[in-house]
Design a binder for this molecule. Structure first.
Ligand code: SF4
Length: 189
């Protein structure tokens, strides 16, 4: 839910919208059954209320239709693979969003690949140069141990934001420069 609410808005407004939503509706079943205008009004402080209302309601109905009850603890008994299959089958939910939900909200061992992780992985030669984000995510999912998924994901994002930036990577300050196959390319710029 937070993943949908966080699209195209700040963390502060996402949190406000989520709090408003929980105040307005007592249960997730009520959200799933709510008229779209009422749902959009409830989350309007997060921006794009009508669009996000459609997504949220479709997601909740999709989860419920798959047989998983909409209560806070229902997911704890569902195996990882079943949750993954349920999430990626929902409208508007791709592998990155599904992995974010599983890793951050449900503490399951899944490895989301965003634009920073994708870029750094390619530059470091961790995946082939033409790997797309889905293939990169699959490669990390297969090769990273469960307990390292969260810290590695967070550290790669931070590295991509602060050092290995898209336009001007700060290779001279990079602690990974001795390991990086691109160092000859970037340092000659
Ligand atoms: S050496 Fe440069 S290109 Fe390689 S990981 Fe570090 S910042 Fe990125």
């Amino acid at each position: 839910m937070l993943t949908v609410l966080s699209q195209h808005t700040s963390d502060t407004n996402r949190d406000r919208a989520y709090a408003d939503l929980r105040r307005r509706f007592a249960t997730w079943d009520e959200v799933a059954d709510a008229p779209l205008p009422a749902l959009a009004r409830a989350i309007r402080r997060g921006g794009l209320g009508p669009t996000k209302a459609v997504r949220i309601r479709a997601m909740l109905r999709g989860i419920r239709d798959s047989g998983v009850p909409l209560d806070e603890h229902a997911f704890t008994a569902v195996p990882d693979q079943d949750l993954w299959d349920t999430l990626v089958a929902l409208p508007g939910v791709g592998p990155k969003t599904a992995a974010c939900v599983l890793l951050f909200s449900l503490d399951r061992p899944y490895f989301p690949v965003d634009t920073h992780v994708h870029r750094v992985a390619i530059r470091l030669g961790l995946v082939p140069p033409r790997s797309d984000a889905v293939a990169t995510q699959a490669a990390f999912q297969d090769s990273v141990s469960d307990d390292q998924m969260y810290p590695l994901h967070m550290n790669l994002i931070r590295h991509g934001r602060e050092v290995c930036t898209a336009q001007r990577p700060r290779c001279s300050e990079c602690v990974l420069r001795d390991l990086c196959p691109r160092i000859g390319v970037t340092s000659s710029r």
